[in-house]
Design a protein around this ligand. Sequence first.
Ligand SMILES: *[C@@H]1O[C@H](CO)[C@@H](O)[C@H](O)[C@H]1NC(C)=O
Ligand SMILES: *[C@@H]1O[C@H](CO)[C@@H](O)[C@H](O)[C@H]1NC(C)=O
Ligand SMILES: *[C@@H]1O[C@H](CO)[C@@H](O)[C@H](O)[C@H]1NC(C)=O
Ligand SMILES: *[C@@H]1O[C@H](CO)[C@@H](O)[C@H](O)[C@H]1NC(C)=O
Ligand SMILES: *[C@@H]1O[C@H](CO)[C@@H](O)[C@H](O)[C@H]1NC(C)=O
Length: 479
Amino acid sequence: MKDKDRLCLMIFVILYISQTTPTGGSGSTQAVLRGPEYAYLNTKINFSCEVLGSPPSATYQFMKMKDTPLTTEKNLPTHQPPIYKLKAITTSAGEYYCRVTALGKTVTSNILHLQVVIPVSGASVVSVPSPPTEFEGSSLALYCEVQKGSHLSYKWFHNRLEVTAPSLTYNLSGNSLTVDRLTKRHAGSYYCSAWNDIGIDPRYSSSSEIHVTVKVYLTAPKLSIALFKENCNYYANLSCESAQGTVPVTFVLLLSGQETDRQVANSLSVWFSVPLMVGMDTVTAQCRAEATYQQLNSNTIHLEMAPVGGTVHLHVDYLYNTNWQVSAVRLQCDVSRGTFPSYLWLHNNSLLQQSSCSTISGDQCNVLFLTDVTHVNFGYYQCHVRDSFEDNSSWIQSDTVLVEGLDFPVNITEVIAVVLCCFLLLAMIGSLLCILWMSGPVVQSQHMTLSEQHREAIPMAELSPRPENKTMAANEDFS
Ligand SMILES: *[C@@H]1O[C@H](CO)[C@@H](O)[C@H](O)[C@H]1NC(C)=O
Ligand SMILES: *[C@@H]1O[C@H](CO)[C@@H](O)[C@H](O)[C@H]1NC(C)=O
Ligand SMILES: *[C@@H]1O[C@H](CO)[C@@H](O)[C@H](O)[C@H]1NC(C)=O
Ligand SMILES: *[C@@H]1O[C@H](CO)[C@@H](O)[C@H](O)[C@H]1NC(C)=O
Ligand SMILES: *[C@@H]1O[C@H](CO)[C@@H](O)[C@H](O)[C@H]1NC(C)=O
């Protein structure tokens, strides 16, 4: 492999030398052609031909491959080398050299390869698909097209920031910017800039901006309900909301399966109002979000307006942390009937909240969380419930519940020890009674020794710091 490479390099060097050094320049005379490699179309350029080795005068001729004389042979003093002026047109591209005759010898110069460059103009962005509005996950290609131009390179700008290659977000190749899977971050404005990449004097042409829209698939809407009053009448405020999606979205309200309302929205949520009356028949409400290629239904809500009634039950849960200490207390107030209850909480017989908290299904007004488990929060709790839509309805009271500081035995081995001791004690007493019962009158004489055994068992039971019934109280109501 290495030898091959070396051989290739040598051949290349030989070819290069034979191309660029004046051929036939043995001896002291050498000709050098100087000039540009690139010329913009319709610009003027100069080639000069110099002779090295300073003979007093020489005959010069500019040539173009293959052997086309561009000038007639001219004899000039060597300190005044001739210049060949050229206006670059399309056909000017090619290989140039000069031929010099001095001291009876003719040498040819190095060869210059001239490329004629068309200045770039009229850049524009072409998108596939067009217009560039696509769903997440689909592909997109943008091409930077120019009306004119050669020797071009391209730059891309997203939201006015240059996209630098290599990029994880885009594939850049030639005049294209492509994305295999569109995400939301690909959205925004794009423009490209094409330029003549010839090392010096680049010219630029920038396109106008194109706006890429990445559409997001709709997510199923969520229907929620709130109650509101207007002119003594009650209405359900049914909010239908999708978490994601591209607007516009059409939201449809379905009552008992029938389309009853429809709104085209430039947002992801709308609300519908439906009149409510006490004692009305239950109606199922659902909403549907519609967008191109998509139709998604929400959860179902049962619309009814039943007054609060029956009994109110207050339920207490102690929540423990990993050290078996009470970290929070959760109080939940449940009423057996009623669709729009309003709640009041009392602690040691005084109101906890200034205003009552009215709730519709889903709201957590009926739950009180005590996260600060200190003596201040201990005491007696009670909740009161009534209809949130009936200002003069009377409050139904729950039973009163005592919240107190309950610590679980500090570690689980203690719990096990307590349970084990109790079990042992019971087993001992049990077997004792058994023996007593079986041995009948004989036992009387042994009574002293047995009760001594019993006495030994008691200190074992006292090893447990807390009685078991305290731990069991954790989930009980203290009414
Ligand atoms: C070419 O040579 C002329 C003088 O002969 C000079 O005025 C002109 O600027 C030169 N052009 C370039 C591109 O060097
Ligand atoms: C770029 O192209 C490669 C190969 O085609 C592909 O695997 C990759 O996902 C593309 N990257 C982007 C951002 O489109
Ligand atoms: C209905 O609820 C929405 C929010 O879910 C709210 O913006 C709107 O103002 C409510 N309408 C009424 C009449 O309360
Ligand atoms: C409520 O009563 C309990 C027990 O009587 C007491 O420990 C607690 O400090 C009282 N809290 C308030 C805020 O009055
Ligand atoms: C509440 O007040 C209204 C009039 O404002 C009355 O018609 C209704 O009977 C009252 N309800 C109760 C439970 O007192």
